[in-house]
Design a protein around this ligand. Sequence first.
Ligand code: ATP
Length: 262
Amino acid sequence: MSAPLLEARALRAMANGRTLVEDVGLSLAAGERLAIIGPNGAGKTTLLRMLCGALRPSAGEVRLAGRRLDRITAAERALSIAVVGQTDQPDPRLALIDYVELGRVPHAGLRRRHDDRDIVVEALRRTGLLPLLARGIGSLSGGERQRAQLARAIAQEPKILFLDEPTNHLDPRARGELLELVAAFNMTVVAVLHDLALVAPFATSVAVMSNARLRALAPPRDALAQPLIREVFGIDVLRLRHPTEDRELTVFDLPTRASSPS
Ligand SMILES: Nc1ncnc2c1ncn2[C@@H]1O[C@H](COP(=O)(O)OP(=O)(O)OP(=O)(O)O)[C@@H](O)[C@H]1O
């Protein structure tokens, strides 16, 4: 059997005497999309940063295609991993097309590919940004900038795409559309998501974090179920028949005070 593309064992993150992540293990096959969910402060971003090599674990290890991530050179890692995070602050004067072309930099050390520009233009087209290609990054809206980051990551052609809250600047329709777009690329993806309604249509598996620990690692239908969601988030999950269409609706409902556990 081939090794999983991404594998984490007994991961722990400590900072300033605090345990941010404790004993997390998971594995991801090529083509899977893992959503990491959990309340604020649960350790989601810390886990994502260890999985993508941005943060060295205090204990445990991460393997990419069977090789320890901390033993892979930065150049090799850049060929394999793209990260769309919340901290990217490019020079606002940079034109959008030049920003997206930065995604090709890890490949430039090999043979400069004549189709680099085609890959960049295609990434802009797929993210709906082609009409804005000459605009300065600083003039883009928050949502456009989020799509620009995705375009840069797609242009990088990574083995795994890591997304930290990729939809937080987007309107409700654009949120779903962005994740649909990511799914359409058939890449292996690890994404921290806050909006639970987006998880089931997007993810093939879900890691539920709570108080620094992995509470569940399961397919969306099992992970997004009572009593776990009630316990971890303090909200209810209701599965209801759509009133006019032949399909089920999943509703995340804030319980009223009367029905909340005290
Ligand atoms: N360097 C640090 N030193 C001390 N505590 C930290 C440090 N970095 C993060 N933390 C704390 O660790 C906890 C987990 O942080 P993390 O960002 O991983 O959570 P999260 O689940 O992504 O949260 P959110 O949903 O709010 O983004 C938080 O309580 C945070 O304040």
